[in-house]
Write a protein that binds this ligand. Structure first.
Ligand code: HEC
Length: 163
């Protein structure tokens, strides 16, 4: 192989590597969106409790605390692993916009621009895999074997009477 061809291939390899690297503006935008979009509140262990003082290496790696309500039990999944299983940004758009169980605010992702959703994907891909898979969701009536929070609206009689 001649030197010109070799250096051309090297340049191409560097350009490809750059597409997913951390100083990519899309990655930076994705980091910003997950930070201000509240994703860490549910998907990162200890984030809300520590006021956001969790090392970025652990961001969005899932929380095995069940959210139990009329929908059954859901778990804030490991987004770092989910993004690894989705190999194109187009596939991610459809995946991220699908309806989900509460309390996932999925309508926020549905209404997000393609560019912003793709930035979140770029961020998750560049962060790479971390942690393990969260427990599968349970249907209503099944008791979780993990710790869980029960979402049951309480209505004291004095409020009920005033309706
Ligand atoms: C109030 C808690 C909460 C917040 C805030 C939240 N999520 Fe979720 N998310 C969940 C739960 C719980 C599930 C699992 C839903 C289910 O089982 O259907 C989930 C599921 C998902 C899924 C689909 C499952 C998967 O693993 O890929 C995606 C994608 C996702 N969330 C992305 C986000 C992003 C991006 C943000 C921030 C913009 C966010 N979530 C904010 C609780 C939350």
């Amino acid at each position: 192989m001649n030197t010109t061809l070799k250096s051309l291939m090297l340049t191409l390899a560097m350009l490809t590597a750059h597409a997913a690297c951390a100083d990519d503006p899309a990655v930076e935008r994705g980091r910003y969106l997950v930070k201000i979009g509240g994703c860490n509140d549910c998907h990162t262990p200890g984030y809300a409790q520590s006021g956001g003082k969790v090392p970025e290496a652990q961001w969005l790696s899932g929380v095995p605390l069940g959210f139990n309500g009329p929908w059954g039990t859901s778990y804030a999944s490991n987004l770092r692993l989910s993004a690894q299983n989705i190999t194109s940004a187009e596939q991610w758009l459809a995946y991220a916009r699908a309806p989900r169980r509460p309390p996932m605010p999925w309508f926020g992702l549905r209404d997000m621009s393609d560019a912003d959703l793709k930035a979140i994907y770029a961020y998750l891909r560049s962060a790479g895999p971390a942690g393990s898979a969260m427990p599968a969701a349970l249907p209503p009536g099944k008791t979780p074997t993990t710790p869980y929070i029960v979402f049951v609206p309480q209505e004291p009689a004095k409020f009920a009477a005033s309706r």
